[in-house]
Design a protein around this ligand. Structure first.
Ligand code: AMP
Length: 217
Protein backbone atom coordinates (compact mmCIF):
# COMPACT_ATOMS: atom_id res chain seq x y z
CA UNK A 1 0.00 0.00 0.00
CA UNK A 2 1.41 3.36 -1.07
CA UNK A 3 -0.37 6.29 0.43
CA UNK A 4 0.23 10.03 0.27
CA UNK A 5 -1.23 12.28 2.97
CA UNK A 6 -1.70 15.88 1.88
CA UNK A 7 -2.83 18.83 3.97
CA UNK A 8 -1.66 21.94 5.77
CA UNK A 9 0.60 21.83 8.83
CA UNK A 10 -1.54 20.79 11.80
CA UNK A 11 -4.25 18.81 9.98
CA UNK A 12 -3.06 15.61 11.67
CA UNK A 13 -1.03 13.92 8.92
CA UNK A 14 1.63 12.75 11.38
CA UNK A 15 -0.91 11.51 13.93
CA UNK A 16 -2.83 9.58 11.28
CA UNK A 17 0.35 8.22 9.68
CA UNK A 18 1.45 6.79 13.04
CA UNK A 19 -1.88 4.98 13.48
CA UNK A 20 -1.55 3.53 9.97
CA UNK A 21 2.03 2.40 10.64
CA UNK A 22 0.71 0.37 13.59
CA UNK A 23 -2.19 -1.08 11.63
CA UNK A 24 -0.45 -1.92 8.34
CA UNK A 25 3.18 -2.28 9.40
CA UNK A 26 4.57 -0.06 6.64
CA UNK A 27 6.89 2.90 7.25
CA UNK A 28 5.88 6.52 7.64
CA UNK A 29 8.13 8.65 5.45
CA UNK A 30 7.99 12.10 7.02
CA UNK A 31 10.49 14.54 5.54
CA UNK A 32 9.91 16.85 8.54
CA UNK A 33 10.87 14.05 10.98
CA UNK A 34 13.89 13.13 8.84
CA UNK A 35 15.08 16.74 8.79
CA UNK A 36 14.60 17.11 12.58
CA UNK A 37 16.65 13.94 13.05
CA UNK A 38 19.38 15.36 10.76
CA UNK A 39 19.43 18.53 12.90
CA UNK A 40 19.65 16.47 16.08
CA UNK A 41 22.58 14.49 14.63
CA UNK A 42 24.15 17.74 13.39
CA UNK A 43 24.69 16.37 9.88
CA UNK A 44 25.53 18.64 6.89
CA UNK A 45 21.89 18.32 5.75
CA UNK A 46 20.63 19.26 9.23
CA UNK A 47 22.89 22.30 9.34
CA UNK A 48 21.61 23.45 5.93
CA UNK A 49 17.95 22.82 6.78
CA UNK A 50 17.70 24.35 10.25
CA UNK A 51 17.40 28.04 9.39
CA UNK A 52 14.73 27.35 6.74
CA UNK A 53 12.74 25.24 9.17
CA UNK A 54 12.97 27.62 12.12
CA UNK A 55 11.47 30.44 10.13
CA UNK A 56 8.78 28.24 8.57
CA UNK A 57 10.19 28.30 5.03
CA UNK A 58 10.56 25.25 2.81
CA UNK A 59 13.91 23.50 2.64
CA UNK A 60 15.22 23.63 -0.99
CA UNK A 61 13.74 20.99 -3.29
CA UNK A 62 17.06 19.42 -4.30
CA UNK A 63 17.94 18.57 -0.67
CA UNK A 64 14.50 17.08 -0.03
CA UNK A 65 14.30 15.08 -3.23
CA UNK A 66 17.69 13.46 -2.57
CA UNK A 67 16.56 12.55 0.93
CA UNK A 68 13.35 10.90 -0.28
CA UNK A 69 15.09 9.07 -3.11
CA UNK A 70 17.45 7.47 -0.61
CA UNK A 71 14.60 6.62 1.78
CA UNK A 72 12.37 5.03 -0.87
CA UNK A 73 15.25 2.79 -1.88
CA UNK A 74 15.42 1.17 1.59
CA UNK A 75 14.14 -2.37 2.02
CA UNK A 76 11.33 -1.52 4.43
CA UNK A 77 9.70 0.71 1.80
CA UNK A 78 9.43 -2.14 -0.71
CA UNK A 79 6.04 -3.34 0.51
CA UNK A 80 4.58 0.13 0.87
CA UNK A 81 4.83 3.46 2.68
CA UNK A 82 2.95 6.49 3.91
CA UNK A 83 4.30 9.79 2.62
CA UNK A 84 3.69 12.59 5.12
CA UNK A 85 4.87 16.13 4.34
CA UNK A 86 6.30 15.25 0.93
CA UNK A 87 5.76 16.40 -1.78
CA UNK A 88 5.20 20.04 -0.84
CA UNK A 89 5.76 21.71 -4.21
CA UNK A 90 4.80 20.87 -7.78
CA UNK A 91 8.49 20.41 -8.53
CA UNK A 92 8.73 17.80 -5.74
CA UNK A 93 5.56 16.06 -7.01
CA UNK A 94 7.08 15.79 -10.49
CA UNK A 95 10.31 14.43 -9.00
CA UNK A 96 8.29 11.88 -7.00
CA UNK A 97 6.55 10.74 -10.19
CA UNK A 98 9.93 10.18 -11.81
CA UNK A 99 11.23 8.30 -8.75
CA UNK A 100 8.18 6.03 -8.62
CA UNK A 101 8.43 5.35 -12.33
CA UNK A 102 12.07 4.39 -11.92
CA UNK A 103 11.10 1.99 -9.13
CA UNK A 104 8.20 0.72 -11.28
CA UNK A 105 5.61 1.45 -8.59
CA UNK A 106 2.70 3.89 -8.23
CA UNK A 107 0.76 5.61 -5.46
CA UNK A 108 -2.51 3.85 -4.59
CA UNK A 109 -4.24 6.76 -2.95
CA UNK A 110 -3.78 10.44 -2.15
CA UNK A 111 -5.80 11.79 0.78
CA UNK A 112 -6.15 15.52 1.32
CA UNK A 113 -7.08 16.31 4.93
CA UNK A 114 -8.45 19.77 5.61
CA UNK A 115 -9.06 21.64 8.87
CA UNK A 116 -10.54 25.11 9.41
CA UNK A 117 -7.88 27.81 9.61
CA UNK A 118 -8.67 28.88 13.19
CA UNK A 119 -8.46 25.28 14.39
CA UNK A 120 -5.10 24.85 12.65
CA UNK A 121 -3.61 27.84 14.44
CA UNK A 122 -4.99 26.61 17.78
CA UNK A 123 -3.59 23.12 17.19
CA UNK A 124 -0.13 24.26 16.08
CA UNK A 125 0.39 26.90 18.75
CA UNK A 126 -0.56 24.46 21.52
CA UNK A 127 1.12 21.41 20.03
CA UNK A 128 3.66 19.47 22.08
CA UNK A 129 5.58 16.51 20.66
CA UNK A 130 7.46 13.61 22.22
CA UNK A 131 11.17 13.84 21.42
CA UNK A 132 11.53 10.08 21.44
CA UNK A 133 8.45 8.58 19.70
CA UNK A 134 6.90 11.64 18.02
CA UNK A 135 3.51 11.27 19.77
CA UNK A 136 1.54 14.51 19.51
CA UNK A 137 -0.10 16.27 22.46
CA UNK A 138 -1.98 19.56 22.91
CA UNK A 139 -1.45 21.85 25.89
CA UNK A 140 -5.20 22.41 26.17
CA UNK A 141 -7.08 19.48 24.74
CA UNK A 142 -4.68 16.54 24.99
CA UNK A 143 -2.33 16.87 27.93
CA UNK A 144 -0.05 14.01 28.94
CA UNK A 145 -0.82 12.39 32.32
CA UNK A 146 2.45 13.80 33.74
CA UNK A 147 3.64 17.22 32.53
CA UNK A 148 6.33 17.00 29.81
CA UNK A 149 6.42 13.17 29.95
CA UNK A 150 5.04 11.08 27.08
CA UNK A 151 2.23 8.69 28.11
CA UNK A 152 3.30 6.20 25.46
CA UNK A 153 7.09 5.91 25.90
CA UNK A 154 8.11 8.10 28.84
CA UNK A 155 10.10 10.40 26.51
CA UNK A 156 10.41 14.13 26.99
CA UNK A 157 7.67 16.30 25.48
CA UNK A 158 8.69 19.60 23.91
CA UNK A 159 7.42 22.39 21.71
CA UNK A 160 8.84 22.36 18.17
CA UNK A 161 10.99 25.40 17.39
CA UNK A 162 8.78 26.16 14.37
CA UNK A 163 5.52 26.04 16.36
CA UNK A 164 5.89 29.73 17.21
CA UNK A 165 3.34 32.34 16.16
CA UNK A 166 5.58 33.87 13.47
CA UNK A 167 6.73 30.56 11.98
CA UNK A 168 3.17 29.16 12.04
CA UNK A 169 1.94 32.16 10.04
CA UNK A 170 4.73 31.70 7.49
CA UNK A 171 4.11 27.94 7.24
CA UNK A 172 0.41 28.43 6.55
CA UNK A 173 1.17 31.05 3.88
CA UNK A 174 3.80 28.82 2.29
CA UNK A 175 1.29 25.96 2.33
CA UNK A 176 -1.33 28.01 0.44
CA UNK A 177 1.14 29.23 -2.13
CA UNK A 178 3.36 26.17 -2.71
CA UNK A 179 1.52 23.07 -1.51
CA UNK A 180 -2.23 23.66 -1.98
CA UNK A 181 -1.77 23.54 -5.80
CA UNK A 182 -0.88 19.84 -5.40
CA UNK A 183 -4.61 19.14 -5.01
CA UNK A 184 -5.08 20.05 -8.67
CA UNK A 185 -2.02 18.00 -9.60
CA UNK A 186 -3.32 14.83 -7.92
CA UNK A 187 -6.99 15.39 -8.84
CA UNK A 188 -5.93 14.98 -12.45
CA UNK A 189 -4.67 11.43 -11.90
CA UNK A 190 -7.96 10.44 -10.23
CA UNK A 191 -6.36 9.26 -6.98
CA UNK A 192 -7.32 12.19 -4.77
CA UNK A 193 -9.85 11.91 -1.94
CA UNK A 194 -10.85 14.66 0.46
CA UNK A 195 -11.32 14.18 4.17
CA UNK A 196 -12.61 16.46 6.93
CA UNK A 197 -9.85 16.70 9.54
CA UNK A 198 -11.96 18.70 12.01
CA UNK A 199 -13.39 15.39 13.26
CA UNK A 200 -11.88 13.31 16.06
CA UNK A 201 -8.62 11.43 15.46
CA UNK A 202 -10.56 8.13 15.65
CA UNK A 203 -13.16 9.21 13.08
CA UNK A 204 -10.52 10.44 10.63
CA UNK A 205 -8.61 7.18 11.09
CA UNK A 206 -11.77 5.13 10.41
CA UNK A 207 -12.48 7.13 7.27
CA UNK A 208 -8.91 6.66 5.97
CA UNK A 209 -9.12 2.90 6.61
CA UNK A 210 -12.48 2.87 4.78
CA UNK A 211 -10.92 4.57 1.76
CA UNK A 212 -7.96 2.19 1.80
CA UNK A 213 -10.27 -0.84 1.99
CA UNK A 214 -12.16 0.39 -1.04
CA UNK A 215 -9.07 1.30 -3.07
CA UNK A 216 -6.17 -1.01 -2.28
CA UNK A 217 -6.36 -4.67 -3.10
P1 AMP B 1 6.65 19.13 9.03
O1 AMP B 1 7.20 18.33 10.15
O2 AMP B 1 6.12 18.31 7.90
O3 AMP B 1 5.65 20.17 9.50
O4 AMP B 1 7.87 19.95 8.41
C1 AMP B 1 8.60 20.87 9.21
C2 AMP B 1 9.48 21.75 8.32
O5 AMP B 1 10.43 20.93 7.63
C3 AMP B 1 8.74 22.51 7.21
O6 AMP B 1 8.18 23.73 7.66
C4 AMP B 1 9.89 22.74 6.22
O7 AMP B 1 10.76 23.74 6.66
C5 AMP B 1 10.65 21.41 6.32
N1 AMP B 1 10.11 20.42 5.37
C6 AMP B 1 9.52 19.25 5.67
N2 AMP B 1 9.17 18.59 4.57
C7 AMP B 1 9.53 19.37 3.52
C8 AMP B 1 9.41 19.27 2.12
N3 AMP B 1 8.83 18.21 1.54
N4 AMP B 1 9.90 20.28 1.37
C9 AMP B 1 10.50 21.36 1.92
N5 AMP B 1 10.63 21.54 3.23
C10 AMP B 1 10.15 20.55 4.04
Amino acid sequence: MRLLLLGAPGVGKGTQAKLLVEKYNIPQISTGDMLREAIKQDTPLGRKAKSFMDRGALVPDDLIIGLVEERLGKTDAKTGFILDGFPRTIHQAQALDRLLEKLDIALDLVIDISVQQENLIERLSNRMVCKRCGAVYNRISLRPRVDFVCDKCGGEIYQRSDDTRQAIETRLQVYEKETAPLRGYYAECGKLHYLNGDQTVETVHREIVGLLNKTVR
